[in-house]
Design a protein around this ligand. Structure first.
Ligand code: 13P
Ligand code: SF4
Length: 311
């Protein structure tokens, strides 16, 4: 089946038949965002996953997002459109490397805060999880007497330290998409669009964050742009975000933040998902996320702690 109208009709029919919920991250292609039940950031979608009474969760995002939904819903079937939709940031912190690091530095008694962009294995080693939407709050709630190890994103970690004043040891991981933005590319965008505000994701490097009018998670970008009196915005994050913003704020102008080589930045993992693959995974209920129960139980503790602190 390749016709978009037929695919959409089949997706809606199967969703009803299977009592499924479709969750889509803000970076998904517009056709997926438009057919989803909920579109949002990592925090909002994990909250939706925690409270759903659907039997099947279809997570249109990347692998760690599907895993998080499974961690919270061991009794439900969780499927994702493409099992190879990974994440460079998650890959930058393998669980065995983190475990070896923690063993080597056991005397430090680290309180480990893991950005949600990590594997279930890393979540199982963490004391608490955070997203870009709640990282400041989670760090502020960390025990004062223990040093913090923040994994895996050095940029988000550095930004949180700038916001809270709390020093942290940072794992040297990064998101390859947000690392494509540079001071030069943002200065160029500012010169071309002098009336636009620059809104950047905290996964961007410091030189880029310093040039932004606002630094926030993808969901907060929506409320920031809605509530701002400005009419135009340069959006410095993955390009799927522009569809969500245009849908929510039809009277405003959104410009893709350019990189040094491209007019926008796209995540090759997020973009593996297509309408056709979404249809197939609803039809066949695969690829399914499965997980060792011991691992799931360990990972659930740190995810639940985050959800409690985010209420
Ligand atoms: P948020 O949507 O939670 O801000 O995360 C961005 C991201 O990089 C997800 O992979
Ligand atoms: Fe991972 Fe970056 Fe893609 Fe998000 S945008 S899924 S952090 S590679």
């Amino acid at each position: 089946m390749s016709n978009t109208t037929d695919l959409l009709a089949e997706i809606l029919r199967l969703k009803k038949k299977r009592n499924a919920v479709i969750l889509a991250h803000n970076y998904q292609i517009k056709e997926i965002q438009d057919v989803a039940d909920h579109v949002g950031d990592s925090l909002g979608l994990s909250q939706r996953a925690a409270e759903t009474d659907a039997d099947i969760i279809v997570f249109c995002g990347v692998h760690f997002m599907g895993e998080t939904a499974k961690i919270l819903n061991p009794g439900k079937t969780v499927v994702i459109p493409d099992l190879d939709a990974g994440c460079s940031l998650s890959d930058s912190c393998p669980a065995d490397k983190l475990e070896a690091f923690l063993e080597k530095h056991a005397a430090k008694n680290y309180f480990v805060i893991a950005y949600i962009n990590c594997s279930a294995g890393v979540k199982a080693l963490a004391d608490v999880i955070c997203t870009s939407g709640n990282a400041v709050k989670i760090v502020e709630a960390a025990p004062k007497e223990r040093p913090i190890l923040f994994v895996p994103d050095q940029n988000l970690g550095a930004w949180v330290t700038e916001q809270t004043g709390r020093p942290m040891d940072l794992w040297q991981g990064s998101c390859y998409v947000h690392m494509e933005y540079t001071r030069d590319s943002i200065e160029r965008a500012r010169a071309e669009h002098p009336d636009a505000l620059v809104v950047a994701h905290p996964e961007c490097p410091q030189a880029v964050r310093l040039l932004a009018d606002e630094v926030c998670s993808t969901e907060k970008m929506v409320s920031y742009c809605k509530n701002s009196t400005s009419k135009a915005f340069v959006i410095v994050t993955e390009d799927g975000m522009l569809h969500r913003l245009r849908r929510e704020c039809p009277d405003k102008v959104f410009i893709s933040g350019p990189t040094d080589t491209c007019a926008c930045a796209e995540c090759r993992y997020m973009k593996r998902n297509t309408l056709e693959k979404l249809y197939l995974c609803l039809r066949d209920l695969k690829p399914e996320i499965t997980m060792d129960e011991d691992l799931r139980v360990k990972a659930e503790k740190s995810v639940r702690r985050m959800l409690e602190l985010s209420r």
